[in-house]
Design a protein around this ligand. Structure first.
Ligand code: GBH
Length: 497
């Protein structure tokens, strides 16, 4: 009925994970409950003018208190996994400068046990943008190399308490976005930037993103090292990182524009993945940045090479890219400097790539999903991939118009077309193991506050009531087709033995 095309769902590999995604700051609320410390996002969203509708995540969708009900919603859809993040400030309210908060430990313990009780696998990120404010105040957070030790300390606590039940760990959600938005354009905390990049009171947009990224890469390495030496033997989980992955399509077939698209990819994503997988930064970055780019010691190379078991891909959008190294580029209609800012060697051009949406960064181009996955497969030797986020956000409608929000055919069309493109990459041999819809519920959409809705469930922000949109029913149908065919496949295999 809902067009949850069964040949599409039946074609995904056996054991494929289908889930929904969330994050602590966007979902939990309970920002001071049971001893939680302040995070950088608490501090940032409480400053007037930072969030579009003047809102914050103090209550968010109150998932901290409503998680049992939310698990029932997941059970209704039939997902076999749930992606969430642990709030660092709930576990260590003062970071390394204070005690472990046992109430925080218990919360995620309960969440994990309740999920497993319903056959839903926890897929857990250690950070999703939010870190204890204390770390900013004491030493400048990601800017200081001290954060490496502190992140490893925190990661160890999570592995120790939850590692017996968690089979997929993620160190960072979108560290590229944290580095760029926190330290180049300065639009996310700690709001640092300089020059033509934005209007910050302090920072250095040319240099700091690279320092921050370096510290995040080494923090990732430290956590992976601890996991592999202390836990992996007995716990046997996979550990990976999640990147914001934009597909960059060259605007023409000229070799200049094709190289520009490659540079854009290196400066945006391979920036993290190359060091973690190959032990070194992409050559384009070294050539263009010179001494602006920190370097890794020999010791790092040995320790970190192959420093992940899977790549998590948050993929929503694609941009055209135009060369600005060999030709002069003027910014103009549709052509703009990206925040990614490939050191002035490429500009993005949004014209024509696909249908625009309520978000200025989201253009609908399903082909980008296939191209992205194949690109990763080829560059990183067919490493396992999870699509850790994909989805469509729409503008909040006046209360009188909830129905138009509930009938979200556009979201279904988006998901279908992107899943189709994903399947096509799988058929070409990509080792994709899961797909997470962003998001289970409408939630706090960072700078947009509650003005943008990404949920499969509608949330009434006055009553916190959750109502399924058509997309929730569609996803349910889609997954049940998948499960049915998956069972049929194993049944036939069994009969053949
Ligand atoms: C993800 O962020 C987040 O993980 C999630 O928390 C969020 O709710 C969800 O997506 C929906 O927004 O190339 O320089 O123009 C994605 C946010 C969108 C930020 C793409 C960077 C491109 C920057 N990102 N954007 S640029």
């Amino acid at each position: 009925i809902l067009g949850a095309n069964s040949s599409l769902s039946s074609s995904f590999p056996t054991n494929f994970l289908f889930g929904t995604a969330s994050s602590s700051y966007q979902f939990e609320g309970a920002y001071l409950t049971h001893g939680k410390g302040l995070s950088n996002w608490d501090t940032f969203s409480h400053k007037p003018g930072n969030i579009a509708d003047g809102s914050n995540g103090d209550i968010a969708v109150d998932h901290y208190h409503m998680y049992l009900e939310d698990i029932e919603l997941m059970e209704y859809i039939g997902v076999n996994t749930f992606r969430f993040s642990i709030s660092w400030a709930r576990i260590l309210p003062k970071g390394i400068f204070g005690d472990v908060n046992m109430a925080g430990i218990r919360h995620y313990d309960n969440l994990i046990n309740s999920l497993l009780g319903k056959g839903i696998e926890p897929f857990v990120s250690l950070t999703h943008y939010d870190i204890p404010q204390e770390l900013e105040d004491k030493y400048g957070g990601w800017l200081s190399s001290q954060v490496q030790k502190d992140f490893a300390y925190y990661a160890n606590i999570c592995f120790k308490y939850y590692g017996d039940r968690v089979k997929h760990w993620v160190t960072f959600n979108e560290p590229n976005v944290v580095a760029i938005r926190g330290y180049r354009s300065g639009i996310y905390p700690p709001a640092r930037c300089s020059g033509s990049f934005g209007n910050c009171s302090s920072g250095d947009s040319e240099r700091e993103p690279f320092i921050v990224a370096h510290n995040m890469i080494l923090s990732h390495a430290a956590a992976v090292d601890i996991y592999r030496t202390k836990y992996q033997g007995k716990q046997n989980a996979s550990i990976g990182i999640v990147m914001n992955a934009v597909w960059y399509e060259p605007i023409s077939n000229s070799s200049e524009d094709r190289l520009a698209a490659q540079r854009a990819q290196s400066f945006y994503m391979n920036w993290f993945l190359d060091p973690i997988i190959f032990g070194k930064y992409p050559q384009e970055m070294k050539d263009i940045l010179g001494s602006l780019l920190p370097h890794f010691s020999k010791d790092y190379f040995k320790k970190l090479k192959n420093g992940l078991d899977f790549i998590g891909v948050n993929h929503y959008t694609s941009f055209y890219v135009k060369d600005c190294l060999h030709s002069t580029c003027e910014q103009g209609p549709g052509i703009s400097k990206t925040e990614g800012y490939y050191l002035r060697t490429a500009l993005k051009n949004n014209a024509l790539i696909g249908e625009s949406t309520a978000l200025d960064w989201l253009y609908i181009y399903p082909e980008g999903m296939e191209k992205m996955v194949i690109y990763l497969k080829n560059r990183y030797n067919n490493i396992p991939i999870f699509i850790t986020e994909n989805g469509l956000g729409v503008m909040n409608q006046p209360d009188s118009n909830v129905d138009s929000c509930l009938n979200d055919d556009k979201r279904i069309e988006y998901m279908k077309s992107y899943l189709d493109a994903l399947l096509s990459a799988i058929r070409k041999g990509a080792d994709v193991r899961g797909y997470f819809a962003w998001s289970l519920l409408d939630n706090f959409e960072w700078l947009s506050g509650y003005t943008i809705r990404f949920g499969l469930y509608h949330v009434d922000y006055l009553t916190l009531k959750r109502t399924p949109k058509t997309s929730a029913k569609w996803y349910k149908q889609f997954i049940s087709n998948f499960t049915r065919f998956e069972d049929a496949t194993s049944y036939h295999m069994l009969m053949k033995q």
